[in-house]
Design a protein around this ligand. Structure first.
Ligand SMILES: [Fe+2]
Ligand SMILES: [Fe+2]
Length: 246
């Protein structure tokens, strides 16, 4: 791999929330369009209450990316039958994407009217089958809205995936190298055995918790190593973690 494979990971846009930072979301989109990543991934909470109008505005904003991002749902998107609207405006709630270097699976970990995430045994078995069929030479990536491990400095450690232990064990067994999460609005990474878990902050919510500003992440993969950069919108990116993929 000569050029770095670049991923822009952003999350928690939250159209419709009081104090929604549309200006920051637009700046983030402009920055990502200059970055021209190989892949842009949005890990859910596009809206505040899952309402049609909110989804429409989220769709209009996301259409501003010159390269079409991969998008999954968050718990806020599942309110008010939002999962139906998500399917109408964004497509499948489980995504599978591959190019010549990566194989990515993204799932809907939400439950209607419940903030905690859940994958479930039947769906876990299905994911296991999908991951087993991934080409060996490609880097396996996984994404969901909820976190698989508690995120420090967020003031709250609830709403973790209710079957996080089983899912974590499956992902490691299936040789997933990076899992991308959102939800907590705090940027953080955990290295668990052979896998890195990456949590993006929020690009549009005013609920920043311990973070000073809206942010997203840039991941550069080169020579079997992933470098994770924290990018506050409008500021210089900052290296926060290096991770060996082999
Ligand atoms: Fe959120
Ligand atoms: Fe969330």
């Amino acid at each position: 791999m000569e050029e770095a494979y670049t991923i822009a990971h952003l999350s928690d846009i939250h159209v419709g929330e009081k104090g929604f930072r549309r200006d920051q979301v637009l700046k983030c989109i402009a920055e990502v369009n200059v970055l021209t990543p190989n892949l842009t991934l949005i890990t859910g909470d596009l809206t505040w209450r899952g309402l049609y109008k909110e989804f429409e505005e989220a769709r209009e904003l996301i259409d501003g990316f010159e390269q079409k991002p991969l998008v999954i749902m968050g718990n806020h998107d599942a309110y008010n039958l939002g999962y139906n609207t998500f399917e109408k405006l964004f497509g499948e709630r489980m995504i599978q994407y591959e190019d010549d270097q990566i194989f990515l699976v993204g799932v809907d970990s939400t439950q209607p009217d419940i903030d905690a995430g859940h994958i479930g045994r039947v769906f876990q078995d299905h994911l296991h089958e999908v991951l087993l069929k991934a080409p060996k030479e490609k880097i396996r990536l996984f994404s969901l809205h909820h976190h698989l491990a508690p995120v420090p400095n967020s003031g709250r450690e609830r709403d973790i995936l209710t079957d996080a232990g089983d899912v974590l064990s499956m992902l490691i067994e299936d040789n997933v190298k990076i899992t991308f999460c959102g939800h907590r609005h705090v940027s953080w990474t955990w290295h668990v055995e052979s896998m890195l878990i990456i949590h993006a902050g929020t690009v549009g919510s005013p609920r920043l918790r311990g973070m000073p500003d809206q942010s997203y992440l840039i991941i550069r993969i080169k020579n079997e190593e992933a470098s994770i950069y924290l990018k506050f919108i409008g500021k210089k990116e900052k290296l926060i973690r290096k991770f060996k993929l082999d």
